[in-house]
Every structure is written in structure tokens, then in C-alpha cells.
Design a protein around this ligand. Structure first.
Ligand code: HEC
Length: 141
């Protein structure tokens, strides 16, 4: 009888420890999500690597994107200068910025990054990062 009670309480203790562990993991995950929604996106650390991986092969001098639109994405200054027609980033407004609009929808059939894959779409977390950077004022940070 004693052993049964003993093992029962060990089991209970193990179970409650488990519950605590789960709660801790859950709240850590929630904190991480909150942080990623709020924390400031950096041009240098977050935005530029995405541009270099997915856009710069066409949007650098001599590339198709520069030849056709004049949009060079190799630096902050050039991105902010925009195309031959003018700016593509409107700081604070990701809905009105061509730069971020083309990532999720088309503009006269044009969608970016052109030819990345069948759907021509960046992964959702990259789109969110680029949009948040514009929303946060498109800073050179
Ligand atoms: C395979 C080549 C290619 C890739 C990769 C590419 N682009 Fe482009 N991009 C182009 C071309 C070509 C144009 C000019 C299209 C036109 O004017 O018809 C263009 C034009 C643009 C424009 C201007 C559109 C306008 O309305 O004037 C933006 C903004 C743009 N690209 C953003 C991006 C971004 C952001 C990426 C990366 C996520 C990207 N592009 C990747 C080829 C590319």
C-alpha cells in the first residue's frame, strides 16, 4: 500500500512538473511572437539580406530590374531613390508602397520577386519583415 501511495505521489509530482514545463514553453513562445511583432526591424540585419538573396541578382547595375525600371536594390539610398518614375517606398505606409505591394499582389500583372518560383512569392515571414520595416518608417537602421 505504501509503495502504491509513494509511486502515486511521484507520478503526481511528475505530472505537475510537466504542466509547469508546458506553461513555461508556451509563454516563452508567446513572448517571442509578441517580440517579433513589436521589435524594430533593421535595414542592415533584416531587410538587406532578403534583398541580396532574392532581388539583387536583377536589381543591381546591369541586371534586368535596373535596365527596365532603374530600381537598384544594392543600398538603402538606391532603394529609397526608387525607379526612373520615382520612389517605391513610402515610409510608414506599406499598403501604398510599390516595394511591398508587389510582394503580395500584382500591379498590371507585375509581381516581385519576378521568377523566384511558380507563385513568385517570398516566404510569409520575409514579407512581414519587409512590410514592418516600411510601417516602422523605412529607417536606415
Ligand atoms: C528575375 C528578375 C527580378 C527579380 C529576382 C526581382 N525583380 Fe523586381 N523587377 C524586375 C524587372 C524586369 C522590373 C521592371 C518591370 C517592368 O517595369 O516591366 C522590376 C521592377 C520592380 C519594381 C518596380 C515596379 C514598378 O511598378 O515600377 C519593384 C518595386 C521591384 N521590382 C521590386 C523587387 C523586389 C522587392 C524584389 C525581391 C523581393 C525583386 N523586385 C526581384 C526583375 C526582377
Amino acid at each position: 500500500m505504501k509503495t502504491i501511495i509513494m509511486s502515486c505521489s511521484i507520478l503526481m509530482a511528475a505530472l505537475s512538473l510537466n504542466a509547469i514545463a508546458d506553461e513555461t514553453t508556451l509563454s516563452a513562445a508567446q513572448d517571442a511572437i509578441k517580440a517579433s511583432n513589436k521589435s524594430e526591424v533593421s535595414f542592415k540585419n533584416d531587410v538587406q539580406p532578403i534583398l541580396y538573396d532574392h532581388c539583387v541578382n536583377c536589381h543591381s547595375p546591369g541586371g534586368k530590374g535596373v535596365l527596365k525600371s532603374g530600381l537598384d536594390l544594392t543600398s538603402y539610398e538606391k532603394l529609397m531613390k526608387g525607379t526612373v518614375f520615382g520612389p517605391v517606398v513610402i515610409p510608414g505606409n506599406s499598403e501604398a508602397s510599390t516595394f511591398t505591394k508587389l510582394l503580395t499582389g500584382t500591379n498590371k500583372g507585375l509581381k516581385m520577386p519576378a521568377g523566384l518560383n511558380e507563385s513568385g512569392t517570398l516566404s510569409p515571414q520575409y514579407i512581414t519583415l519587409l512590410k514592418n520595416w516600411v510601417k516602422q518608417g523605412a529607417k536606415n537602421n
